[in-house]
Design a protein around this ligand. Structure first.
Ligand code: NAP
Length: 309
């Protein structure tokens, strides 16, 4: 069984920032990524809100640079999954697709996946008008008509944010009442550019000749009537699911599956950290994700010095 110092599970900005710090501290650091390196930024075209890039930066380019930077200090990247995590005296044992690996400290940075509608066109048009992040993408829809799907705090808050740019925002909800908090509801329902479409579900996202979102096929659930709604973009906020399957049973999780941590990203289990969107109360931003990874790596180094070296 191979032995390493710091294992990082997840190759989004949290994991890559953790990898940079861990490897630069001269710890043998291995990062596992089962999907696309870069996580959610790999799905984002232009990142305009990461400090230090006054002209913005392309998400995939930033991900590649983050990986290059961490690897230049010795971080190793494995494209594969970690299936299980268990504690043995002095180590965590990771069951990976390539066999078992012992790590003295583990940083779980597996991120979260937006819940998908699961309708035709949604996946193919992601990044071409379908978005799961208004903070990231609303600015691309200046003067356009867009739709936001969902009725919770996230959907309502992001609908309000989107009005900074869009000329008209349809708020499409499957029921006749919002789930969002009263203050957000009041603000959204009083907003002149937000129009709620009640009891309505999206059945399909359709593209125009330019390959960008052009319309939504809607169904009114009460009457069953159908219609097409022309929009330039659709923001989907029907919940996020943190990827914390590995932590289940090892550390306490909240009702939404997020791991409880302290301000150092410590889970309470020795040498086990949870950072970024897997933890409770994440701001869900690229800069905070990277910050969480740095915090976890700094604390992991401290843990290794204090208890292991
Ligand atoms: P949420 O509260 O779970 O709301 C999800 C919304 O999506 C609900 O309105 C739900 O409809 C709808 N939905 C779920 N599945 C759907 C589907 N398949 N098709 C259509 N609609 C669907 O999720 P969230 O808004 O992401 O919030 C998550 C947590 O973060 C909450 O605790 C929230 O309070 C918190 N949050 C707080 C703030 C804030 O305080 N400013 C901002 C963002 C998030 P139903 O209502 O019919 O179930």
């Amino acid at each position: 069984m191979s032995e390493i110092d710091i294992a990082i599970i997840g190759g989004g900005p949290t994991g890559l920032a953790a990898g940079l710090y861990a490897a630069r501290a001269r710890r043998r650091t291995v990062l596992w990524e089962r999907g696309v390196l870069g996580g959610q930024i790999a799905l984002t075209s232009l990142v305009e809100n990461y400090p230090g890039f006054a002209d913005g930066v392309l998400g995939p380019d930033l991900a590649i640079d983050m990986q290059r930077q961490a690897e230049s200090f010795g971080m190793e990247t494995v494209y594969g999954g970690v299936d299980r995590l268990r504690r043995e005296p002095g180590y965590w044992v990771l069951a990976t697709s390539e066999g078992e690996v012992r790590a003295r400290a583990v940083i779980v940075a597996a991120g979260a996946d937006p819940v998908k509608l699961g309708v035709p066109g949604e996946e193919a048009l992601t990044g071409r008008g379908v978005s799961y992040c208004a903070t990231c993408d609303a600015a691309f829809f200046g003067g356009e008509v867009v739709a936001v799907v969902g009725g919770g705090d996230a959907a309502v808050e992001e609908a309000l944010f989107t009005t900074r740019y869009a000329r008209h925002v349809y708020l499409i909800h499957r029921r006749d009442r919002l789930r969002a908090s009263a203050v957000l509801q009041q603000r959204a329902l009083a907003h002149e550019r937000i129009e709620p479409l009640w009891d309505t579900v999206v059945e399909e996202v359709a593209a125009g000749p330019d390959g960008q979102v052009a319309s939504l096929a809607l169904r009114h659930v009460a009457s069953g009537s159908r219609r097409d709604l022309p929009v330039a973009g659709v923001f989907i906020f029907i919940g996020h699911r943190p990827s914390t399957e590995l932590l289940r049973g090892l550390v306490p999780l909240d009702g939404g599956g997020h791991a409880y941590v302290n301000l150092w990203m410590e889970t309470g289990q020795p040498g086990l950290f949870a950072a970024g969107e897997v933890r409770v109360d994440s701001a869900r931003q690229l800069a905070t994700a990277a910050g969480d990874g740095v915090t976890a790596a700094v604390r992991a180094e401290h843990y290794l010095q204090q208890y292991v070296d």
